[in-house]
Design a protein around this ligand. Structure first.
Ligand code: SAJ
Length: 407
C-alpha cells in the first residue's frame, strides 16, 4: 500500500493514477473538508480527464483520510511556497509532512518527496527530521525525490506519458521506486541522486521562464517601435533552431513564477539571467495596465468602470488563479488607488474573489466598452463574434477581429 500525503493539484492526480492502475492507495490530507469532498465522490478541482480517473480509482478502492497510514511507501506532495522577502523555498510543509510520516512508519519505509524543492532542501530540511526520530537514513528510512512534470490543463495525459526523474540515495531504492511509477508511467524514468533531481526540476521551470521573458521583452521592444511582434516571431520560428514562445500578460501559476526565485535566493550574484527574466515577466501586468491607459485615452474612455478584464486564472482552460497576471494587475491598481471599478469575468471562477466580478459573459460584455483579453479560454475563442463592436486589447493573440489592439 502507498500513502500519498497532500491531495492538491499534484498529489490527487498522482494518487488516482496509482490506484487506477491497481496499486493500493490511501490519500491523506490535513484538510478535513477536502477529504470529505473526495469521500463524497467529488473531485476538488477541474482538469481534463480527472473525474473519469477519479471514478476508476474509486472503483479500484482508493481511500481518503486525514490520518497518516503505517505503510512502507509514502509519496509527499505538499506545497512548497517561497518566502517573498528572502526568495527562498519554504520547506516547512514538507518537513512537517515527513515528521508526521516518521510518527507512524515502520523501519524500512521509503519516503518519496514529489513537491518541488530547491537544490539542497532534502539535505537541509528533510534528513534532520528523519534523524531526529533516531532513524538511520539508508537503513531504517530511505529518501527519494521524484519531482513531477505535469502541466495543468493536460495533467492526466502527461502523468502517463511524460518522462520522469527519480533521485535516490541508493540505486536499489531508486530502481524500486522507478518500477512502482512504471505501473502507470509510460515515459522514460531516469534514476539519479537526490540533489541532481532537485536541481533538474528547478532548472526545467527556469528554462521556460527565461524563454517566456525573451518573448515578453521582444513584445516591449516591438511596441516601442511599432513592429508586429507576432509576425516577427512567426517568421523567426521558421528557422530550424529558433523556437520563440508567445508573449503574454505575465507568468502566473505556482511553478514557473516561483521556482526560478529558489535559484536567485540561493545563488545571488550568480543567477543573473534568471533574475532578469523574473523581473521582465513580473513587469508584464504593469505593461498591460499602461496599454489599457493608452487605449482608454485614444478612445476617450474616461471611466475605468467601462473596462472589462476577461480571465482571472493564470492560463487558459484551468481554474487555478495562483499568481495570475490578472490578480497581479488588480493588486497593482489597488496600490495605485485606481482599482475598484474595473469589471472582471472568468467562466472558470464561479465564486466571487474580486470586486465587480461577473458570472455571465453576456452581462459582462453589456457593461463594458473596452475588453482586455487576459486568458485564452476556449469559451471566448468559440464566441469571438460577441466582441464585435467592442474596443479590444488582446494580450494572448487569440482575437483577429478588425482593429484589435495587441500587447
Ligand atoms: N506563458 C506565456 N507564454 C508562453 C507560455 C506560457 O506567457 O509561451 C504563461 C502562461 O500563460 C502562464 C505561465 O506562463 O501564465 C506558465 O504556464 P505554462 O503553461 O508554461 O506552465 P505551468 O506553470 O502551467 O506548468 C509548468 C510546466 N513546466 C514546464 O513546462 C517546464 C510543467 O511541466 C510543470 O510540471 C509545472 O510547471 C510544475 O508543476 O512545475
Amino acid at each position: 500500500m502507498i500513502n500519498v500525503v497532500g491531495l492538491g493539484y499534484i498529489g490527487l492526480p498522482t494518487a488516482l493514477m496509482f490506484a487506477a492502475h491497481g496499486v493500493e492507495v490511501v490519500g491523506t490530507d490535513y484538510n478535513g473538508a477536502l477529504v470529505d469532498t473526495l469521500n463524497s465522490g467529488k473531485t476538488t478541482f477541474e482538469e481534463e480527464g480527472l473525474s473519469e480517473l477519479f471514478q476508476e480509482a474509486v472503483r479500484k478502492g482508493i481511500r481518503f483520510s486525514t490520518d497518516y497510514q503505517s505503510t512502507d511507501l509514502y509519496i509527499v506532495a505538499v506545497p512548497t511556497p517561497y518566502d517573498k522577502a528572502s526568495k527562498k523555498v519554504d520547506a516547512s510543509y514538507v518537513a512537517r509532512a515527513v515528521k508526521n510520516v516518521m510518527e507512524v512508519c515502520p523501519k524500512g519505509a521509503a519516503v518519496v518527496v514529489e513537491s518541488t524543492v530547491s537544490p539542497g532542501t532534502i539535505d537541509k530540511y528533510v534528513r534532520p527530521v528523519v534523524e531526529e526520530r533516531g532513524f538511520v537514513i539508508g537503513e531504517d528510512i530511505h529518501l527519494v525525490h521524484a519531482p513531477e512534470r505535469i502541466i495543468p490543463g493536460n495533467m492526466v495525459y502527461e502523468l502517463k506519458h511524460n518522462s520522469r526523474t527519480i533521485g535516490a540515495d541508493s540505486r536499489e531504492i531508486g530502481e524500486k521506486v522507478k518500477a512502482l511509477y512504471h505501473s502507470f508511467c509510460e515515459g522514460e524514468i531516469v534514476v539519479t541522486d537526490i540533489r541532481t533531481a532537485e536541481m533538474t526540476k528547478v532548472v526545467e521551470n527556469t528554462f521556460r521562464d527565461i524563454n517566456i521573458a525573451f518573448a515578453n521583452e521582444l513584445a516591449k521592444i516591438c511596441r516601442s517601435d511599432n513592429m508586429d511582434v507576432y509576425e516577427i516571431i512567426r517568421i523567426a520560428n521558421k528557422h530550424p533552431r529558433v523556437n520563440i514562445l508567445t508573449p503574454g500578460p505575465g507568468v502566473g501559476g505556482h511553478c514557473i513564477s516561483v521556482d526560478p526565485w529558489f535559484l536567485v535566493g540561493d545563488y545571488p550574484g550568480l543567477a543573473n539571467i534568471i533574475l532578469s527574466a523574473r523581473k521582465i515577466n513580473d513587469s508584464m501586468p504593469d505593461f498591460v495596465l499602461e496599454r489599457i491607459h493608452t487605449i482608454m485615452k485614444e478612445n476617450q474612455i474616461t471611466d475605468v468602470g467601462r473596462v472589462g478584464l476577461y480571465g482571472l486564472t493564470y492560463k487558459e482552460n484551468v481554474d487555478d488563479m495562483r499568481e495570475s497576471p490578472t490578480l497581479q494587475m488588480l493588486e497593482s491598481m489597488e496600490r495605485h488607488l485606481c482599482g475598484g471599478q474595473i469589471k472582471v469575468y472568468d467562466p472558470y471562477v464561479t465564486r466571487d474573489v474580486v470586486k465587480n466580478q461577473y458570472h455571465d459573459l453576456d452581462a459582462f460584455l453589456r457593461d463594458v466598452d473596452l475588453v482586455v483579453l487576459l486568458v485564452g479560454h476556449d469559451e471566448i475563442k468559440a464566441q469571438m463574434e460577441k466582441l464585435k463592436g467592442k474596443i479590444i486589447l488582446d494580450t494572448r493573440h487569440i482575437c483577429f477581429l478588425d482593429g484589435v489592439y495587441r500587447l
